[in-house]
Design a protein around this ligand. Structure first.
Ligand code: FAD
Length: 275
């Protein structure tokens, strides 16, 4: 059950501690004077297959191919760095394309990348074709445009020491946007494609806390009896730092519990329900 602003103030007067994640919504915490943190206009973006039914059908294979929009044009460097560091920024670029949709175009070489299946969590198979033109038709992309895009990309690829599991610097020359690593020509049929859209994993905005997990007001002072951890805490701006969301829940949840138990008695042990 959610606590109202008036209810929270009543509990606080009695020195009763309430964990935000369980009982006080972010908007109620803001109403009782909490400061916000994190970008309220943004979210953690993940590239997923819109056809898939399963949970988190992410498609992270695009460093080994090219990304094209509905016009059959490339629009982003597919390999600026490791996928974990760059997929969110690339996914935001996918969101900017017409209908928020892009396709990764691959040739047979991607299936030689060790453990490549880990980068494809969709329960739907790739769209497969013997030629780029046939693939374009299957994807309802302009065939000649996709052919031109692949030809110009292939012409911009240069020989190099291709190493798919590290930054190999095998990049394109003389094409915009460039591809900075793993740039092999797309010329080895059959050709595969997956559609990709941007999903919203979680929003960035939340409450501002101190190192004891106490919720702060805009002057930087802790609000009595109010702690926050996990998704209720605002932290991220522009780009999500990989693998940190459960971590911040764990770390600040533990800190909040320890601090609250030293500072006062939690509501549960008083046998009261939050209203
Ligand atoms: C698809 C997906 C993939 C993710 N992958 C990763 C990953 O790989 N690594 C990572 O670190 N993080 C990942 N995350 C994020 C991670 O799941 C969250 O950061 C984490 O679960 C947040 O924990 P939490 O306890 O703060 O919130 P939640 O897990 O959302 O728990 C909040 C709980 O509060 C309950 N609740 C809500 N409102 C009220 C109310 N008014 N009163 C009482 N109870 C209420 C909810 O029912 C829920 O049980 C992923 C998230 C998603 C959606």
């Amino acid at each position: 059950m959610s606590v109202t602003a008036a209810g929270f103030k009543r509990f606080a007067r009695q020195n009763i501690f309430i964990p935000v994640a369980q009982t006080v919504r972010i908007d109620v915490a803001l109403e009782v004077g909490a400061a916000s943190a994190g970008d309220f206009g943004s979210y953690h973006a993940e590239p997923i297959d819109p056809r898939a039914a399963g949970s988190e059908p992410s498609i992270m294979i695009f460093p080994y191919g090219i990304l094209v929009n509905k016009q059959g044009k490339r629009f982003v460097d597919e390999g600026p760095g490791t996928i974990d560091a760059f997929y969110e920024r690339q996914t935001r670029r996918i969101y900017e394309q017409q209908d928020g949709l892009a396709y990764v175009i691959l040739d047979a070489k991607y299936q030689k990348v060790p453990n490549y299946r880990l980068a494809i969590r969709s329960d739907r198979p790739p769209i497969v074709a013997k030629s780029i033109e046939m693939l374009a038709e299957a994807l309802q992309l302009p065939p000649q445009k996709l052919r031109d895009t692949v030809d110009s990309f292939n012409a911009a690829c240069r020989p190099g020491n291709y190493r798919p599991l590290e930054l190999d610097g095998v990049g394109t020359i003389g094409i915009d946007p460039p591809k900075s690593n793993w740039a092999l020509p797309i010329n080895d049929p059959p050709y595969h494609a997956f559609p990709i859209i941007s999903s919203n994993v979680f929003t960035f905005g939340g409450l501002k806390i101190d190192s004891c997990a106490r919720v702060l007001n805009p002057d930087g002072h802790a609000i009595e009896c109010l702690y926050a951890a996990g998704e209720t805490v605002g932290l991220y701006y522009r780009n999500y730092t990989g693998a940190t969301s459960v971590l911040k829940g764990l770390v600040f949840g533990k800190i909040a519990g320890g601090h609250a138990s030293r500072a006062g008695q939690p509501i549960e042990s008083r046998g009261r329900s939050a209203k």
